[in-house]
Design a protein around this ligand. Structure first.
Ligand SMILES: Cc1cc2nc3c(=O)[nH]c(=O)nc-3n(C[C@H](O)[C@H](O)[C@H](O)COP(=O)(O)OP(=O)(O)OC[C@H]3O[C@@H](n4cnc5c(N)ncnc54)[C@H](O)[C@@H]3O)c2cc1C
Length: 421
């Protein structure tokens, strides 16, 4: 039984799902619409840990991913003069220890590109097996404006007014998913966003001499944190985080990128350390991305034949470092359940929901109280926090937690996906 599937969003989980579905049944007809006119391959470093390396290995992509990984050796926390306060090493894949850096760190854009290229390559190889199917088709600069459930499928209306019927529509359009809003209604969709009270901006600036392969972190008074990540790249990634209440920042997300940049520059102008350099680079950066950090918590992952995947359905927030892992688990389980149940789409969606819940709960388990401690408001609070970070770094050196390379055992097995064992 072949399915006519529409995937909305060509980020990370959209292309991954398309690949998995096509591999399980080359006769599926899969369309991916991406709002952006081309692949959105910006963003900073992301971690691939727990189940993600295992899924990518099964898809035959882990070697390619590894060759694109950046070489970050750990994280040093510094004071306002740049003097080291604490040093955290990198964790091996599967090892859980305090710090920022894991074995597989990749630029988001490189991961998006690897997945996209691999799906195009696979499509070229499998298209001849597709019979009347059309394989995988990407449509850039396109989105949907309405969804109507019928007894035979779900009708999607495209931006240009065209209407098409699908057996399944997958919302893979990220944290602010418009597809989620169309399928579940504005109220339910908005209520799913649980703010963690942190605003974040990410962008790149030119690297300077002396910046090594360590990430660097600096706490500034007024509940602000700055991170720089250079690894072995020619540019430095800058991450600005603040827990300070700011109606200006909040309002800026509805405005232009220039307005967002100005709001962050105003917020960080007196944050010491390398602030002058980082804010000068902010003005000219061309990959700036800012948002309010939160988690997406939905009671249900599907409404009729529309299903939520990745950040659209269960974003855990960047502080967990597990968003990409969770979205790849989601693509794997959704493709696996659809492959197992053939034409029983409703049964596959029910089982996808049941199987995903433990992974979602695990990845979303997060203490906002701990987060609050990481953003002290006073100099005294920063002094205390820096002493705590120093102690934690020493303890984790003396008692590193044992290797836990068995996260893949939690994944269901799907021989129907025709992947490597
Ligand atoms: C530009 C960008 C930069 C990011 N930078 C970072 C980062 O630095 N660090 C980090 O940890 N995470 C970052 N993320 C988030 C990270 O990619 C996700 O948390 C995670 O990997 C889950 O991926 P996803 O495929 O569910 O969603 P995303 O990776 O967010 O992909 C969603 C895709 O859907 C597209 N889209 C959105 N709305 C529509 C629509 N209405 N119609 C059609 N297409 C639509 C988007 O353009 C995007 O390509 C970034 C996301 C984006 C979009």
């Amino acid at each position: 039984m072949s399915l006519n599937v529409l995937i909305v969003g060509a980020g990370i989980c959209g292309p991954a799902l398309a690949m998995l579905l096509q591999k399980s049944n080359p006769k599926h007809n899969i369309t991916i619409v991406e709002r952006s006119p081309s692949l959105r391959s910006t963003g900073q470093q992301i971690d691939l840990k727990t189940q993600a390396p295992h899924i990518l290995r099964k898809m035959g992509l882990l070697d390619e991913i590894k060759s694109n990984c950046v070489n970050e050796t750990g994280l040093e926390m510094v004071d306002s003069k740049g003097k080291q306060i604490a040093l955290f090493g990198a964790s091996a894949s599967g090892q859980r220890r305090p710090g920022l850096t894991s074995e597989h760190e990749i630029m988001r854009g490189d991961l998006v590109q690897v997945l996209y290229d691999a799906s195009i390559k696979q499509d070229a190889e499998l298209r001849h097996e597709s019979g009347n199917g059309k394989g995988v088709t990407y449509v850039f600069g396109e989105t949907i404006t309405a969804l109507d459930e019928t007894t035979e499928g779900v009708d999607a209306t495209f931006f240009g007014g065209q209407k098409k019927r699908y057996d399944l529509v997958v919302a893979a359009d990220g944290q602010g998913s418009r597809t989620r809003r169309l399928a579940f209604g504005q109220e339910v969709s908005d209520a799913a966003f649980k703010s963690l009270g942190v605003h974040a901006a990410y962008y790149s600036i030119p690297r300077i001499e002396g910046e090594g392969s360590l990430a660097r972190g600096h706490l500034a008074p007024g509940r602000r944190m700055i991170l720089t990540r250079t690894s072995d790249r020619p540019v430095t990634g800058v991450l600005l985080f603040t827990m300070k209440e700011s109606s200006r920042l909040q309002a800026s997300y509805q405005k232009s990128l220039e307005d967002q940049k100005e709001s962050f520059a105003e917020m960080f102008k007196d944050a010491d350390w390398q602030t002058d350099r980082l804010l000068a680079g902010l003005k000219t950066s061309d990959d700036f991305y800012a948002h309010e950090i939160g988690q997406i918590k939905m009671k249900q992952l599907s409404a009729g034949r529309v299903v939520l995947l990745g950040d659209a359905g269960y974003c855990p927030g960047p502080f967990t470092g597990l968003g990409t892992n969770l979205c790849l688990v989601g693509a794997y389980v959704l493709a696996g359940e659809l492959a197992r149940r053939g034409s029983d789409v409703a049964g596959a969606l029910k089982s996808y929901e049941e199987k995903m819940r433990p992974f979602i709960n695990d990845c979303q388990r997060f203490s906002s109280t701990t987060l609050g401690f990481l953003f002290p408001s006073s100099q005294l609070g920063i002094w205390s926090m820096n002493r705590i970070l120093w102690a934690v770094s020493k303890i984790s050196d003396i008692f590193p937690r044992s290797q836990q390379d068995d996260h893949w055992k939690d994944l269901p097995e799907y021989p129907e996906l025709n992947l490597a064992s």
